[in-house]
Structures are given as C-alpha cells and as structure tokens.
Write a protein that binds this ligand. Structure first.
Ligand code: GAP
Length: 447
C-alpha cells in the first residue's frame, strides 16, 4: 500500500467508523497501546477473538470436516533455516526499497510513480531518493544463546512450508493417496515496508492455507476447481457477491513458485484488494525440499504404477483480511425514522455473540427468569446477559456488535412462559416459549 491515501471521503469515514467501533466495543486494539503502540501490530479483544475464531472455524469446517480428502496440521513457527533457502524466500522474498534523504520517509520502489523513481525524487517532499535496494521481508532471530550467523532462524513468512516438509509424514501416517490436501491455520510474520489500512497489511498476521497434492497433468483442473470452491466460501460466510471478484495474475505478477495464480479480491473502502491467493505451485516446492534436504519426496502412484513429485495447488487466505472484509461487508447505518441505528449484519455463525438475554425491567422476577435462560444457553453458545439501561439502548448495543437475536423476558413471560425473540436485521419480534430458546438458536446458528 502506498503512503498516498487514495480513499474518497465517505470511504475514509467508513474506515474511521469501523476502527472506532472496533476499539469502543472490544473487537480490536492497537498492540502495546499504553506504550504508544507498535506499528502494524493489533490485538483482538473479547469480541474480536470470538469473531476471528468463528471465521477460522468456518474455514476449518469447509476445508477439513466437510471433505474427506483433507487433513489438518499445526506445524511450528520456527523451522530449520534451510527450509527458507529451499523455498526461495532467502533469495526472493524481497521488496525494492528507497529512502528519501530529506524527509527520511521510506517507500516500496514498485509503489511510487515511475517518474519519481527515474528522477530519484521523493513523492512526498521532492527530496532526493536513494538507489533502490532489496529488502528481505523475513524477521530474523537467533536460536540458543549465541547471536551469530550460524544460529539465525526466521519467523515463518507463510504457513505453507510447514505443510510441505510434513507431506510425507502426513500421507504415510494417514495412509493417504493423491489427490489429497493438508490444511493449516497459523501465524505468519513479514517485515512489511508499507503496512497499513488497519488490519489489512500488518507485520504479524494469521493465514488459513491449504496445499492440495495432485498428479501433474491434472493440476490445472484442480486449480480451476479450487478457485471456484474458495470463491463460494466467501459467499457462504455472507460476503455480498458484488463485493468479490477474481484477479488473474499476469506473467510479471506471478510469485517465483507459481505457474498460474488468481487472487480473490474484495472491495475494501480503500479499493479492490487481495483476500486470498490461489496458486498452481507446480512441483517447485517438493522438488526444492527434496534437493535441499537430500530426502526422497517422490510419491509412488499405484494407480498408474509411477513415481513422481506431486504438483501442488495452494489456497492461501488471510484471516485478518477476511475479518476486515467481513466487518466492512456487515457495517450498516439504518434510518429507523427515529434515529440512525448502527448494525453489523454478520452471518449468525460468524457473529461473536449469538444471542442476548434481557429482562424488560429489573423487577417482578424478570431478571431471575432471564438469567435462567441465559444459563441454559451458555454451555452451547456464546450468549450475553444484560439488565442495564433502557431496552432500546440494550437492543442498539447488540445491533452494533452484530448479535443476531435478543430474547426478552417481559410481563407476558410471567403468565405463559413465552419470551420475545427480536431479529437484528428486521427488528421484528416473535414469541416462543422460553424452553424453545436453545432449539431456536440451534436451528438458526448453522453454517
Ligand atoms: N503461501 C502463499 C502466500 O503466503 P501471499 O499472497 O503472500 O501467499 C496469502 O499471502 C494471504 O495472506 C494474502 O492473500 C493475505 O490475505 C494474507 N497476507 C499476506 N501478507 C499479509 C500481511 N502483511 N498482513 C495481513 N495479511 C497478509
């Protein structure tokens, strides 16, 4: 992302409103805020962690549980340093960097106007720019007490390599046959030169990656299948179709390991940007790990009686970016005639809190009944009990955090045991018996 802000005003406002809502309502806080913060690192608060976990669960469900050709994995963040030589990251995972000698701002050379680069002129202050130099995005640290070159290890810049080095372990232990996939969710770290746009581009983030191992010759067919499959997943979590599109990589955009690639893009307030990459990585990764490790990583395909290095189709999604897209997609301000209500129209499965249980007033046994309902739902769903403030205010608070349902105990409950169920999106209310609340949620909170 370039330093220049290309947002138009209402879109800037939307981002500002979202950032403010995220902080105010406990979704996302700046990391180390009491120390002035640390650039491009964010902490997920009580509601943010629920939202993020639900996104990860929706991914894991679609990618692992609902299929019978994918296994899960959770590999270590720190890996043997040779992994990153084999993967090509030591050599190729670089961005060209230029500094302004006057204002000291730093830019990615490929993100400033060509004219500025040619004239070596800073796009901000007009000062002189340095020659571009290659900057490796991997964070380095040391393993053990000695801080020298021999003890350098990297924080992984992608989770994918943990899958490749375990390819043989997984297919042997799980008695898998090609085609099959391995899925993993985990942290990745990149020393980005120009992070920004809230949680869009950060230095510590989470990826949801799946590597699908196939026979060469079938790779493009699987590549097509997977890009369709992944597009559908975003629709399934409630993203509006008009907010999604594919971007096919041209030859100059392809990563060093890819023969074909599509991005799934989302229309953020700051423009169309990548949510996920689908890559045909050919036999590049396993061949390189075979070469660098000296281990035979070929696979014997008994269907055709041949040994070969499998091709890999990768689907690589960013969890934080998906979360930002989900928030942008869900944010709405609605004129009710009396006021403007802010509502997050989140998919019920993704919503951090599934239901609030509210006594209409704090008397006549209503709080006790409401608390009993809350307790009965708690083991099954993340629910919330709230008895403070006017009922209208309590509904608005739930709307703003995307809670799809509110159960309210009122005077009729005292007579016939029924409660109202308020729908977040339509604000319509219906009555059900309090004993049906759990089944009601079970029916509605599905994915
Ligand atoms: N294994 C392939 C790979 O890592 P990538 O396109 O570099 O491919 C995949 O990254 C996804 O990871 C991106 O589509 C994005 O969602 C997420 N991602 C990458 N860099 C990120 C960053 N600095 N901050 C947040 N998410 C990031």
């Amino acid at each position: 992302m370039s330093k220049k802000n290309t947002m138009t005003s209402p879109q800037t406002q939307l981002m500002d409103k979202l950032v403010s809502l995220c902080k105010r309502r406990g979704f996302i806080f700046q990391s180390s805020e009491i120390y002035g913060g640390i650039n491009a690192c964010w902490d997920y608060g009580p509601l943010g962690v629920e939202l993020k976990n639900n996104i990860k669960q929706a991914w894991w469900k679609a990618m692992v549980y609902e299929r019978d050709d994918i296994e899960g994995l959770d590999s270590a963040i720190l890996m043997h340093p040779k992994v990153w030589e084999a993967s090509g990251h030591v050599e190729n995972f670089t961005d060209p960097l230029v500094d302004c000698k006057s204002c000291k701002l730093r830019f990615r050379a490929d993100q400033i106007p060509e004219e500025n680069l040619k004239l070596k002129k800073c796009p901000e202050c007009g000062g002189e720019l340095t020659e571009p130099r290659r900057f490796n995005l991997m964070f380095k640290t040391f393993m053990g007490p000695v801080e020298d070159e021999a003890h350098v290890v990297y924080l992984r810049p992608e989770t994918a390599q943990g899958i490749y080095v375990n390819f043989e372990n997984v297919y042997v232990s799980m008695r898998r046959k090609i085609p099959f996939g391995i899925a993993q969710i985990g942290k990745a770290f990149r020393n980005e030169i120009t992070p920004g746009n809230f949680i869009f581009r950060t230095r510590e983030f989470e990826q949801m990656e799946m590597q699908y191992f196939v026979r060469s010759g079938t790779d493009m067919e699987w590549f097509e299948k997977w890009r369709e499959e992944r597009f559908k997943w975003y629709l399934r979590i409630g993203i509006k179709p008009e907010k999604l599109r594919f971007h096919r990589h041209g030859p100059d955009e392809l990563a060093h390991y890819a023969s074909a690639a599509y991005d799934i893009q989302f229309e953020f307030p700051f423009g169309w940007q990548e949510l996920e990459g689908i890559h045909n990585r050919t036999d590049y990764d396993l061949s390189r790990h075979q070469q660098y490790s000296g281990n035979d990583l070929s696979y014997y395909d008994d269907e055709i009686g041949q040994k070969y290095i499998p091709y890999i189709i990768e689907t690589s999604a960013g969890c934080d970016r998906t979360l930002l897209a989900v928030l942008v997609n869900a944010y709405d301000e609605e004129d009710t005639g009396k006021e403007i209500r802010t509502v997050l129209r989140l998919h019920p499965f993704i919503a951090p809190i599934k239901a609030a249980v509210l006594p209409l007033v704090n008397r006549e046994n209503m709080p006790e009944i409401a608390y009993e309902i809350y307790k009965s739902l708690k083991p099954h769903f993340k629910v919330f009990y709230d008895d403070s403030g006017s009922i209208g205010r309590r509904y608005r608070r739930q709307d703003e955090i995307g809670t799809p349902f509110c159960f309210t105990v009122d005077s009729q409950t005292l007579q016939d045991g029924t409660v109202t169920v308020r729908d977040r999106d339509t604000m319509r209310q219906e009555r059900i018996h309090k004993s049906e609340a759990l089944d009601f949620l079970k029916e509605k909170i599905t994915f």
